[in-house]
Design a protein around this ligand. Structure first.
Ligand code: HAM
Length: 469
């Protein structure tokens, strides 16, 4: 055998051995995987929540009212994806914000796009406004949205990693009356929920006045740096305004003595703010001036506001609503210069406040007036058809058609809070009749089957129950 052939054979052998070793290592690795526990149950991911059927009536109540009121004010619904390019939030919300720095669920897709679950709605709205050429629509463009947002926040009461916001944005108007009207609309929403609130308002001016203010604030903080909490020592360098948001007691004490941004507003920003406050007074919206509402997102300018529940002990941790002007955001995201303002309402927090209202009574949406019970196979078939007939005529009907015992069906009727039960038994099948029982008084009446709708209308009218047409 030639030398070169021998060399190539040796090489082949070595490669084969390597490949075999790789294979057995891979097997070892597979074998090393922790054994799967077949009986393992699954639970929610930390910071995420289920909204169970019993909870839905509160969600329907808040959502329906917020949607109806915003529609009455001329807002149109927009639904956007929960996933956007990460860069949109970095540019939109700001690279030095807590949200972008520590709180985004970001990942690369299989196609290597860098994406994030939306931590808030405004950046997406502006992206859609530009992408769909909405700047050509009559101004202002008024949009509302409702849906989940995601922030990798420390889970605690009122703070989740997936939470829902109702938001409204007005694009293309810079008049201070728009600011006042938007705050008025949120105020009316909370009035309709019957949740007492505090509206806290501020102006953070434009870039020029804000830069002057930040200089003064930094000067003040520099002198008191040793008294700041560890986080604020970094905030002071990276984004001094964030120090004003700090919830630590020692920082809050320091902040009270800090210079206030309203003293640094330029003439135009001051005029705008004074006008907003005048309008709010004219329409009798109660507000509190809070010079420290600077908001945690970078896109804001001029008017900023937050809404807190009135009756909660530590309401500083639990803003129900946050909002403000963001006149430069559309341009920063490469659209045309378009002033804008908006707010978002945290739905979990709003529902928590709603549940604290004394004697709160909210009926579920699928509440029924009539329950159909049956006895025997023929009656059961009749009940199947009767249910559909009554439903199509606009009655609120319920049944438990898989049950055959009359007793258990009447128990279901009681639980459903139906006012009337319709009973179809052997006798009713033979006579082509239906028995109507008043669930409260126990009074019974037998009516011919073809007169049932009329009889139900009459009875419900006398019970003062309005039909759901
Ligand atoms: P934001 O202040 O970050 O503003 O959020 C608005 C509201 O969402 C908060 O007041 C709070 O009720 C709720 N929220 C925020 N984070 C959480 C959380 N981790 N768990 C539960 N609820 C939470 C924005 O998102 C801006 N996009 C508002 C805006 C719209 N500004 C102009 N237009």
């Amino acid at each position: 055998m030639s030398k070169s052939k021998l060399k190539s054979l040796k090489l082949k052998k070595a490669t084969l051995q390597k490949a075999k070793a790789k294979q057995s290592n891979a097997k070892l690795r597979i074998n090393k995987k922790p054994k799967k526990n077949k009986n393992r149950k699954f639970f929610l991911v930390k910071g995420f929540k289920d909204i169970l059927p019993e909870e839905q009536k509160y969600w329907d109540f808040i959502r329906d009212k917020a949607i109806n009121i915003s529609r009455a004010y001329g807002f149109k619904r927009i639904d956007l994806p929960v996933l956007e390019e990460t860069e949109l939030f970095v540019k939109g919300v700001g690279p030095d914000t807590d949200i972008v720095n520590h709180e985004m669920f970001s990942f690369s897709t299989l196609g290597r796009e860098k994406v994030s679950l939306r931590p808030e709605g405004t950046a997406g709205i502006v992206r859609a406004y530009i992408q769909h050429g909405m700047l050509n629509k009559p101004k202002p463009v008024k949009l509302f949205y409702i849906g989940p947002m995601f922030r990798y926040d420390k889970p605690q009461a009122g703070r989740y990693r997936q939470f829902y916001q109702f938001g409204a944005e007005v694009l293309g108007a810079d008049d201070p009356i728009i600011d006042a009207q938007l705050i008025y609309m949120v105020y009316q929403m909370y009035n309709s929920f019957k949740i007492p609130i505090n509206i806290q308002i501020n102006s953070i001016g434009c870039k020029t006045c804000r830069n002057k203010y930040i200089k003064a604030l930094k000067n003040y903080l520099k002198k008191n740096r040793s008294k700041l909490c560890a986080d604020c020592k970094t905030r002071y360098i990276e984004n001094a305004l964030r120090v004003l948001d700090c919830k630590q007691k020692k920082c809050q004490e320091l902040i009270l003595e800090a210079p206030q941004i309203v003293d640094y507003l330029c003439e135009d920003c001051n005029k705008h703010f004074v006008k907003v406050l005048e309008y709010l007074e004219d329409i009798e919206v109660p507000y509190i001036l809070n010079p420290f509402i600077v908001r945690g997102l970078d896109y804001y300018n001029r008017t900023t506001f937050e809404i807190f529940p009135q009756n909660e002990e530590d309401s500083s941790q639990s803003a129900l609503v946050g909002g403000g002007r963001y006149d430069k955001l559309v341009k920063n995201l490469k659209g045309q210069d378009t002033p804008a303002i908006g707010f978002s309402m945290g739905l979990e927090r709003t529902i928590n406040s709603l549940k604290k209202i004394e004697n709160l009574k909210i009926e579920p949406k699928n509440k029924c007036d009539i329950f159909i019970a049956q006895l025997g196979e023929r009656a059961r078939k009749k009940a199947l058809v009767l249910f559909e007939k009554l439903r199509q005529s606009g009655f609120k009907v319920a049944e438990n058609i898989s049950k055959s015992s009359l007793k258990s069906q009447l128990e279901s009727a009681n639980k459903s809070n139906a006012k009337l039960a319709l009973i179809i038994g052997q006798k009713e099948i033979l006579d082509n009749t239906i028995l109507i029982r008043d669930m409260e008084s126990g009074n019974q009446e037998v009516v011919p089957e073809d007169k049932i709708s009329k009889a139900l209308k009459r009875r419900l009218k006398s019970l003062n129950i309005r039909k759901n047409r």
